[in-house]
Ligand binder design. Sequence first.
Ligand SMILES: NC(=O)c1ccc[n+]([C@@H]2O[C@H](COP(=O)([O-])OP(=O)(O)OC[C@H]3O[C@@H](n4cnc5c(N)ncnc54)[C@H](OP(=O)(O)O)[C@@H]3O)[C@@H](O)[C@H]2O)c1
Length: 316
Amino acid sequence: MRVFVTGASGFVGRRLIRELLRRGDSVVALTRRTSNLGGVLGDPPQSERFTVVEGDPCKPGQWQQALAGCDAVVALAGEPVMGGRWTTEFKRRLYDSRIESVRRVVEALPPQSTKETPGPRVLISASAVGYYGSRGTQELTESAGPGSDFLANLCADWEAAAEAAKQVGARVVCLRIGVVLGEGGGALEKMLPAFRLFMGGPMGSGEQYWAWIHLEDVVGLILYSLSHAEVQGPVNAVAPGACTVREIAKQIGATLHRPAMFAVPELALKVLLGDRAEVLLASQRVVPQRARELGYRFRYEDLPTALRAALGQPHS
Ligand SMILES: NC(=O)c1ccc[n+]([C@@H]2O[C@H](COP(=O)([O-])OP(=O)(O)OC[C@H]3O[C@@H](n4cnc5c(N)ncnc54)[C@H](OP(=O)(O)O)[C@@H]3O)[C@@H](O)[C@H]2O)c1
């Protein structure tokens, strides 16, 4: 299979590319700057099945022509949500980098009237558990409706942009991804310094639920979705055990042999981060109902094991 990947240089994209190449697929990686992909496969990349295309996924361009030769698209592009204060301009970047980039992919998909017509037949698009808004202790399966805050609206529009690919006959999967735990990036990397300095602890009340998933399972679910034609629509990309933030902090502390008692009060987070604090304070007890029904087997089902793996500690 020849797979077109947007947001290829990111935390998920890099791991996905390595896995696709390892299992014998070909990859066309779209990046805004080729140098962003440095080190993905060594420098220069050492595989003839790996092609890099430079372009801005939010704007029409030459890069769209590369889609025609591919069998599938994995859309991962997105300005990091915690990467800046949520000014009007930054919110626009968060929005456009996701919704416009998916729209540019969809508009370049060739119509598929027959099985022989070349071009991608499946679009796997990232979305996020932010789709659900903040919902306390309610268990959220894929059939729960969307929330109404900024991120919930963004995710709903993101998924609608992807779903438009159905009009040209593509199968569409929207992965509602939780907090991704893995080595060398993501949310965990940002939380670790405080714990290493013996100053870690829960954020806000700590009673809010975070739905987490190990990086290997995000990639696992993408690969599963690529190769199983029955997967379509929204799929919660979260591990079976959503935990409270207090529990997550406790487990990080235990894994690092550090205390986890320095709670950061809600007010401090709001002063420090502005509107972004809503990401950390939202409660999303999301369950992977669809993944379970489909028979996907999670590699990391419990938090302690996932954290040890994400922190590079051997299995015990
Ligand atoms: N990691 C998580 O915990 C998590 C949770 C929920 C949802 N997600 C979603 O899953 C997707 C992949 O996550 P990730 O952790 O791999 O993200 P990431 O590490 O932040 O990478 C995203 C990639 O998107 C591209 N990008 C960044 N800003 C952009 C902009 N303004 N315009 C166009 N492209 C831009 C970049 O690729 P180039 O520089 O190569 O163009 C970047 O490497 C994202 O859409 C993210 O929102 C992630």
